[in-house]
Design a protein around this ligand. Structure first.
Ligand code: SF4
Length: 368
């Protein structure tokens, strides 16, 4: 088994791209050979990413009370979890979180809202002014996770200083209906395409350990490679009591690391970010994520669970002889103060501008 891994690694190190059949070969690496998989994934990381590590931080500005039924999520109103009814942070709390994120070295700071998508009022009156303020400081990249976007709301975010959106595919198209029934996979794909067309950098990945197969994992990975994302967050399910996945067993640490390595082989230049579930699934092997090929991780707390202290992550990176890179882009100059969203035909009870299948015909061809 060692020889194929080495041959595949040399192909990637030489600038080649693995195809689906080759990536499938890597799934079979097991036992002691798994360390060779990490070894070569690490070589690929160093070849394409050097010693630089990036952190990102998030804050749940609007938490809970979500209309959607994602089976892994503590914020869905379909399930009884500790999160309960919807809560919103004040602007001051969100802006303090952004300042703290920059203080602890986060390259990007993401405002995260529960819900299927942002409402017009949220975008124009609440998120827009905060995002402009964060973007103007230039201390971190303004990022947003707001659910489904249309071409117009994606452009609105760009005009208000956002430079990256996070919108995960979560899993493969085949397995997705077992996890979410309230909105289609195609909506997620349309959101990514609309965001890309608006000039936003894309952060999209998924959650592993929800009962999917290795083929599902590869399907998602190759779909994301086709779309061309800049950052790929890898979450490992931290099962939340009260959700339908609450009894799903945790992935073993070595399986998490194997996922990281295979992602690095398939997508050598992407920013590969180990996100939720790092502490509980990897336990003592957290620092191995970089040896397995990751070059990025989250710092601070997650949406509904705690992370560890930023000092421990700084120490981990320092002890490994790696260096975290803070945001080095220019401050955005948001021109969105006067941008107003047009009323949309299908807004529903919450006035959410969702892009419906039958509205796609109105999009230019390249956005499909
Ligand atoms: S993942 Fe997002 S859309 Fe799904 S239930 Fe949770 S908050 Fe709602």
């Amino acid at each position: 088994m060692l020889q194929p891994v080495r041959q595949l690694a040399e192909k990637v190190l030489g600038g080649g791209q693995l195809d689906r059949a080759e990536a499938h070969e890597l799934i079979r690496v097991d036992g002691d050979d798994i360390h060779d998989l990490f070894y070569w994934a690490n070589k690929i990381r160093i070849r394409y990413k050097g010693r630089a590590i990036r952190f990102c931080a998030i804050v749940a500005a609007k938490l809970g009370g979500c209309s959607e039924d994602c089976k892994f999520c503590a914020q869905s109103s379909h399930y009884q979890t500790v999160v309960g009814a919807q809560q919103k942070l004040t602007d001051k709390q969100v802006l303090n979180s952004a300042a703290h994120a920059a203080d602890v070295g986060a390259d990007s700071f993401g405002i995260v809202n529960s819900g299927r998508g942002p409402t017009r009022a949220e975008l124009e009156d609440w998120l827009g002014p905060m995002l402009r303020q964060i973007a103007r400081t230039g201390r971190t990249r303004a990022c947003a996770t707001l659910g489904a976007l249309t071409p117009e709301t994606a452009k609105f975010l760009f005009a208000n200083g956002v430079r990256r959106i996070n919108h995960n595919l979560e899993t493969s198209e085949r397995f997705y209906p077992s996890i979410v029934s309230t909105h289609p996979y195609s909506e997620r794909l349309h959101t990514l395409r609309a965001a890309k067309q608006a000039g936003l950098s894309l952060c999209s990945g998924g959650i592993f350990g929800m009962g999917e197969t290795w083929d599902d994992r590869l399907d998602m990975l190759f779909t994301l490679r086709d779309i061309g994302v800049d950052v790929m967050p890898l979450n490992f399910l931290n099962a939340i009591p009260g959700t339908p996945l609450e009894h799903q067993p945790r992935l073993a640490p070595l399986e998490c690391l194997k996922i990281v390595s295979i992602c690095r082989f398939v997508y050598p230049r992407v920013e590969l970010k180990v996100a939720g579930g790092r502490e509980v699934c990897l336990r003592d092997l957290q620092s191995w994520i970089f040896f397995a090929g990751a070059d990025s991780t989250m710092i601070g707390n997650y949406l509904t669970t705690y992370g560890r202290s930023p000092e421990l992550d700084h120490q981990m990176v320092h002890d490994l002889g790696l260096e975290w890179q803070t945001y080095d882009g220019p401050p955005a100059e948001p021109a969105g103060e006067h941008v107003r969203l047009s009323p949309v035909r299908r807004t529903g009870r919450f006035h959410i501008p969702i892009l419906y299948e039958n509205e796609l015909t109105a999009l230019p061809a390249e956005a499909h």
